[in-house]
Design a protein around this ligand. Structure first.
Ligand SMILES: C[S@@+](CC[C@H](N)C(=O)[O-])C[C@H]1O[C@@H](n2cnc3c(N)ncnc32)[C@H](O)[C@@H]1O
Length: 251
């Protein structure tokens, strides 16, 4: 039998819950995808594994075709399939109890649980593979904590989406939106929302952390500069933000 613990590690060792630490100490080995020679998030996983006496097996990330944005779902599906193969090879060869260390929490924009669903359907693994999930602190949670805010107005909804899908969320009438998976280029969409309020954070809980809040039209230049500062200080940048429409802010 092979068992996989999918462990949310938040934004680093300081966020590990006691449950996550105990799980890592009891596992036989950890599996992690290596994205390149200087994969800073892999470095965090190496540190956590070392602290927990856990051998780390690094799986080279399969190539992903980023040249054809028109077939984004196709490119992601092929990349997922290649990742499934890579995980299957390691798990069948090693067995025992493995830990997969997921940045933030596995429930948000992470493919690990989909990969395990696929693995569980394979004839060579079905019946012999089980898994569980240990939650971690996600980027939206840390964003709310740093800005000391509730993500939604009293009793109101919050919509969580990607930067790519922000325009359709606004067009559909969403008034309170958490946005992830953005880039420097996708910030241009905010030019269309000058009167919305934003609570933004980059590299939360990590080197180069930056926070900016205020009316979009006022703070956007400072926010762009802060994004570059985060990248300069850490060598990488990830950001997330909450947007609230002007009529929602005063509810
Ligand atoms: C692939 S998703 C992973 C999300 C993760 N599973 C979670 O629970 O937060 C990566 C996106 O999460 C957000 N993110 C992750 N780490 C972050 C950080 N330290 N600061 C700000 N945003 C972060 C960014 O929007 C980034 O583009």
């Amino acid at each position: 039998m092979t068992h996989v613990h999918v462990v949310g590690i938040g934004m680093g060792p300081q966020h590990l819950t006691q449950e996550a630490s105990a799980t890592l100490r009891a596992a036989d080995y950890a599996l992690a995808v290596r994205k390149g020679a200087d994969d800073d998030l892999l470095e965090v996983r190496r540190l956590i594994c070392a602290e927990h006496g856990l051998p780390l097996v690094e799986i080279p990330d399969p190539e992903r075709d980023r040249d054809d944005p028109a077939d984004y779902p196709g490119a992601v599906a092929a990349w997922h399939a290649a990742r499934v193969e890579a995980y299957a090879d390691e798990l069948t060869a090693r067995g025992g109890s493995a830990a997969v260390l997921v940045w933030g929490d596995p429930s948000l924009y992470d493919s690990t649980l989909r990969i395990l669903d696929r693995l569980g359907e394979r004839p060579d693994l079905s019946g012999s593979l089980t898994w569980d999930v240990i939650p971690g602190i996600s980027a939206p949670q840390l964003l709310a904590a740093r800005h000391r805010i509730v993500l939604h107005r009293v009793g109101r909804p919050v919509h969580l989406t990607t930067a790519r899908r922000l325009p359709e969320a606004v067009a559909a009438g969403q008034r309170t939106i958490v946005v992830m998976l953005g880039s420097a280029a996708s910030l241009a969409q905010l030019d269309e929302l000058p009167d919305w309020e934003i609570w933004w954070g980059a590299n939360l809980g990590a080197t180069g952390e930056q926070l900016v809040a205020g009316r979009v039209g006022t703070v956007l230049p400072a926010l762009r500069a802060a994004r570059e500062t985060a990248r300069r200080q850490a060598g990488w940048v990830m950001d997330a933000f909450l947007l609230q429409a002007p009529d929602e802010v005063h509810r």
